[in-house]
Design a protein around this ligand. Structure first.
Ligand code: NAD
Length: 331
């Protein structure tokens, strides 16, 4: 039996707590949130106790922590958890500052603990099936990747202001998809971006629509297009062109019903947003975390992956701000 503490009883914390509660041999012992009401409610739902930070790190029985609190808390909590010898699952991004994120990676390495970063898209059944076929040689060697990643609507302006910008907040997932699918390092990044959805986003210093082009060490190309607005719902697709064909991963819909009439052929809109679209992925990533701790699986989304995605987000931000191609040192 492994005792677990969860930080952050917000949107993603609620999802992860429910998935932890389903795991055999795992007990959610503490929920920590500066919003005591939120901590109390989530703890009560799963038979856990609301607690403060010190109680978690002083409790020798707590084997693992899940960091699901606001982004600006991640780095300090990773450092404290590593120092206390706890195994770590942390939501993306590690931090908004690359130096602090590197410091976290060093602390994790020194402590010798596991630190999984929440890139749940790798655990989505459709995306994972595409990756398996790609690895099995279904389309030969991959040459180009096109990623479409559009939200149904923009988050509130206070969120935008503290998010670190669209590249670190939103595209960080797409940069991880790029690295995972092409299994290659970026040598150059060019990001073009506009504010087309809401002028208040521009006033907050950010953009809401982006077009990013990445070139890899082996000359492969990736295009990522993102928007904070898609009138038809959450749009999450990608396609890989290889020497022998193409693989495409599409959206998920609530049902597979297709209605054909004299006027049109229609089907359901995509599942509304990330909580619905990635429900299975979130469950799979938490199951993976505990399988790793039990020694049954090698870790698939490491703190090094979190750092690489953050480096790409930083490069894309620079490219957009300075209007130039940013060259990266290929690892
Ligand atoms: N992987 C994904 O798909 C995904 C999706 C959403 C959010 N996230 C990430 O998860 C994190 C949380 O996002 P959210 O959407 O759940 O936000 P949220 O605002 O719904 O929840 C964050 C919670 O953290 C709490 N909190 C703030 N400071 C704290 C502290 N010092 N200690 C403990 N709790 C604290 C807040 O009170 C709040 O309840 C962010 O880093 C975000 O980037 C990842």
């Amino acid at each position: 039996m492994i005792d677990v503490a969860l930080f952050g009883a917000g949107r993603i914390g609620n999802i992860h707590a429910a998935n932890v509660a389903r795991e055999q041999g795992v007990r959610l012992k503490y929920v920590v949130d500066v919003n005591q009401d939120a901590a109390q409610k989530l703890a009560a739902r799963h038979g856990a106790q609301p607690a403060g930070v010190a109680k978690v790190f002083d409790d020798r029985d707590v084997g693992a922590v899940l960091i699901c609190s606001s982004t600006d808390t991640h780095a300090d909590l990773i450092m404290s958890a590593a120092a206390a010898g706890k195994q770590i699952f942390c939501e993306k991004p590690i931090d908004l500052a690359i130096d602090r994120a590197r410091g976290c990676a060093e602390a994790v390495r020194r402590a010798g603990v596991t630190c999984m970063i929440g890139f749940q898209r790798r655990f989505d059944p459709t995306f994972a099936a595409l990756k398996s076929r790609l690895d099995a040689g279904a389309i030969g060697a991959p040459e180009m990747l096109i990623v479409t990643s559009r939200d149904p609507g923009a988050p509130p302006i206070p969120y935008i202001k503290s998010s670190g910008g669209i590249f670190k907040d939103m595209l960080i997932h797409d940069f991880d998809i790029f690295r995972w699918i092409l299994d290659d390092d970026a040598v150059s990044v060019h990001a073009s971006a506009s504010c087309l959805v809401d002028p208040a986003i521009a006033e907050a210093g950010d953009v809401d629509s982006t077009a990013v082009t990445i070139r890899t060490k082996r000359g492969r190309l990736c295009q990522i297009n993102t928007s904070r607005r898609a009138a038809y719902g959450y749009d999450q697709r990608f396609e890989v062109l290889g020497t022998g064909g193409m693989l495409q991963a599409g959206n998920h819909t609530p049902t597979e019903v297709v209605a054909s009439t004299t006027k049109s052929v229609s089907r359901d809109l995509p599942l509304h947003f990330f909580l619905e679209r990635y429900r299975a992925a979130y469950a799979n990533e938490i199951a993976h975390f505990f399988a790793v701790l039990a020694g049954k699986e090698p870790l698939r989304t490491t703190i090094a992956d979190g750092l690489k995605a953050l480096e790409l987000a930083e490069a894309a931000t620079t490219s957009w701000r300075e209007g130039r191609v940013v060259q990266l040192e290929a690892a």
